[in-house]
Design a binder for this molecule. Structure first.
Ligand code: ZN
Length: 347
């Protein structure tokens, strides 16, 4: 497969630069790609135009993301259970796509533009149908920052009604910190674009003979959580409402998260794709470890508050019995204990 790219540089004088994918010109031959580029040249935004070096050109397609087909037409890329760094280049969260008869929907887009581009290639290796929708399961940067190539290709971006505000409050921080963690060369071109559809309750996406139900949840993992149900295979993309292997990360409300998990457990599902780990968990059995962790976190946080413990001391002891069950425990459990303590202290 051949694809169109343009060289995008941080500063035209010194770089760094990277090949930015121009989605939609993929072809079997370089001549066909070059022909379609000439027939309908790309239009750059003012912002991009200042960073583009040279003319768009066609070359052999770069690397596609690895994906697993967890049920017919449902594909998942499994992120590493790691913090983003220059070695994994931010490939630390699960993303997926679902192919219908008339279109494709993407669920989450990764930590940087390159992941959205590599996901686009993974889709193009399997179908030529248009990507009609991209659903962002919540505001965290490892799930949303690869969105721009899909928007450029004409996909509608779908999020929780609270996401635009939440993301605009945090975007400067997210973009700066991920650029530093991953490295500018791999992060170049990453940008946040406007949402097209905001979901307050539920929203249906019809992919042709295949309907997805998007559902917005009360504050749980974050204040912007959405799930995507493929009704055909009863596969639920849970985003970070469900963690597997990776220590759960609390950035919303502990009590709310526990209630949402009970609702998820009651759903009649074949499998759940978690935001980290997996790629697919049996259900409701797959909820067991999460339910236990959040229960221990709440019980021991309440005990610490009732005993008059200071926050700084309490975070050292809360939920320590869970350490053996989770990866990245030291990075996430103290933060979770802090959020839980602050929430429950003022109840
Ligand atoms: Zn998250």
């Amino acid at each position: 497969m051949f694809e169109a790219i343009v060289s995008l540089c941080l500063t035209l004088a010194e770089g760094p630069c990277r090949d930015q994918l121009l989605p939609g010109y993929e072809a079997e031959t370089i001549e066909a790609c070059t022909g379609s580029l000439a027939a309908s040249p790309p239009v750059f935004t003012t912002l991009e135009a200042g960073s583009v070096q040279g003319a768009p050109m066609c070359k052999r397609a770069a690397e596609a993301l690895d994906v697993t087909e967890v049920s017919p037409g449902v594909f998942v890329h499994i992120g590493r259970i790691e913090e983003p760094d220059s070695t994994n280049r931010g490939d630390v969260s699960n993303l997926g796509f679902i192919i219908g008869k008339t279109g494709v929907a993407v669920i989450d887009t990764g930590t940087a533009r390159w992941m959205g581009e590599a996901m686009w290639r993974a889709i193009r290796l399997r179908t030529n149908l248009p990507v009609t929708h991209v659903v962002l399961t919540h505001m965290h940067p490892d799930h949303v920052l690869g969105m721009a190539p899909f928007a450029a290709a004409g996909a509608k971006l779908v999020s929780h009604a609270n996401l635009p505000r939440a993301l605009s409050d945090r975007q400067a921080n997210y973009l700066e910190s991920l650029d530093r963690l991953i490295g500018t060369k791999d992060f170049l071109g990453t940008q946040i674009v406007a949402m097209d559809t905001l979901v307050m309750d539920t929203f249906e996406i019809d992919l042709g003979g295949r309907v997805l139900e998007v559902r917005a949840w009360p504050t749980a993992h974050t204040g912007t959580d959405l799930t995507v149900l493929d009704k055909t295979t009863r596969t639920l993309f849970a985003g970070d409402l469900v963690f597997h292997r990776h220590t759960p990360a609390l950035d919303g409300r502990l009590v709310g998260w526990r209630a949402v998990l009970e609702d998820l457990k009651a759903m009649d599902l074949e499998r759940v794709v978690p935001g980290h780990g997996g790629p697919a968990l049996d259900w409701p059995h797959g909820a067991t470890a999460m339910v236990r962790y959040l229960s221990v976190l709440e019980t021991e946080t309440r005990q610490a508050i009732d005993a008059g413990a200071r926050l700084g001391d309490a975070v050292e002891t809360i939920a320590q019995s869970e350490a053996e069950h989770w990866e990245l425990f030291e990075a996430y459990n103290p933060r979770n204990a802090t959020v839980a303590f602050t929430e429950l202290e003022w109840e």
